[in-house]
Ligand binder design. Structure first.
Ligand SMILES: *Cc1c(COP(=O)(O)O)cnc(C)c1O
Length: 360
């Protein structure tokens, strides 16, 4: 069935093309390109009606199951255009494979990865003029799957939409790095082992908003999440994975079931090892980080994720005590990883791990 899936093409009427926003002021996720990818799944036909088509709204029944029981999964990746006009995607198949892990956990249909990859490349190429070229600015790509069957009753839906939309986004750090201040919460938890914290499903983000709002009110950028049982082991920061450099050892929590297996996380582990840095995936408690802060062995802390790539942590607050990391400044490893990853993503540096796909 999947082998025969054809991808149709419906181009937007040239007269209806949107006015592109100024590159200097894109922000994040505020503008969307002229086209999208869309396909449907049902039990009879499997995946069908695959097409690249004009960006458009959906008409959904109020009983569409996604509104009630939350079968919604997504991904986030980027297309990069360098100064030579070359367009690249960074590890795109890994995003689609991870989406299939999410689909499995949420009892949603698996994607035909090769077909979707073809559709994704066609979409990026068609809307290539939307990819910003200012340093650090990119085209953010959001594959999403939702349950659209109109029915009440908790069970896997019989009808789904899969779509890909794209948004030009500005550089995360326009005036160089500004290290984040993070709030360690021991009131809220993000995920539990056996739950859905290891997959990208919408409910995880809905559940995290309250903690983020409280952190913002207290003057912090992000929440540092601890494990749900002891509230001691560090899990993630905001919607990013977390790394600590302590006594020349780069430490990140292991993928133990409640942590999202970030593609940036994996890339950072490989790049750091290649540079000769000792990298360890092991549990690390907030007490260990505070002890390292006290004895001077805490050198750096940073989050990793597609949106910001690397986000240095300059300060954290735990139980009303504040701790500075590297005097509130970006550390050398965070800076090197950021520069290295960006250069690879833009195709301006050798790509030893074969992470890059050229489009067009
Ligand atoms: C998406 C995400 C990440 C980062 O994953 P990348 O593949 O590096 O973008 C980390 N944690 C959470 C909770 C996420 O949703």
């Amino acid at each position: 069935m999947w082998e025969n899936l054809e991808i149709g093409l419906e181009k937007a009427d040239p007269a209806q093309l949107k006015v592109k926003p100024a590159q200097e002021n894109l922000g994040f996720g505020a503008h969307f390109t002229d086209h999208m990818f869309l396909m449907e799944w049902n039990r009879q036909k499997g995946w069908h009606n695959a097409k690249v088509c004009p960006y458009q709204p959906f008409v959904l029944d109020p009983a569409a199951m996604v509104f009630h029981y939350g079968q919604a999964i997504f991904e986030g990746l980027k297309a990069y255009k360098n100064e030579n006009g070359q367009i690249h995607l960074f590890r795109p198949q890994d995003n689609l494979e991870r989406m299939n892990d999410s689909a499995l956990r949420l009892c949603m249909p698996r994607l035909p990865v090769e077909k979707v990859f073809k559709g994704l490349k066609a979409l990026v190429y068609l809307d290539r003029d939307w990819i910003p070229t200012l340093p650090g600015a990119t085209l953010y790509i959001r594959p999403t799957m939702i349950a659209v069957e109109a029915a009440l009753g908790v069970r896997p839906a019989g009808h789904y939409y899969f779509f890909i939309i794209m948004s030009p986004v500005g550089a995360y750090y326009r005036e160089g790095f500004s290290p984040t201040r993070i709030f360690v919460t021991d009131t809220f938890v993000r995920a539990v082992k056996g739950g859905v914290g290891h997959v990208k499903t919408a409910g995880n983000y809905a559940a995290s908003i309250m903690a983020a709002e409280e952190a913002h009110k207290a003057g912090y950028t992000q929440v540092l999440w601890l494990d749900a049982c002891d509230r001691k082991s560090i899990e993630e920061v905001g919607t990013s994975n977390i790394f600590f450099m302590i006594a020349d050892e780069l430490i990140t929590p292991p993928l133990s079931g409640s942590i999202l297996p970030g593609i940036t996380r994996d890339s950072v582990i490989q790049l750091a090892r290649r540079r000769g840095v000792k990298v360890t995936e092991r549990p690390i408690t907030i007490d260990e980080v505070i002890a390292a802060s006290a004895d001077g062995s805490l050198q750096e802390a940073f989050g990793t994720g597609t949106a910001a790539v690397i986000s240095p942590v300059g300060e954290f607050c735990y139980q009303n005590h504040k701790y500075l990391v590297n005097n509130g400044a970006t550390g050398p490893l965070a800076q090197w990883l950021f520069d290295e990853l960006q250069a690879i993503q833009n195709g301006l540096q050798p790509d030893p791990f074969k992470w890059i796909t050229r489009v067009g």
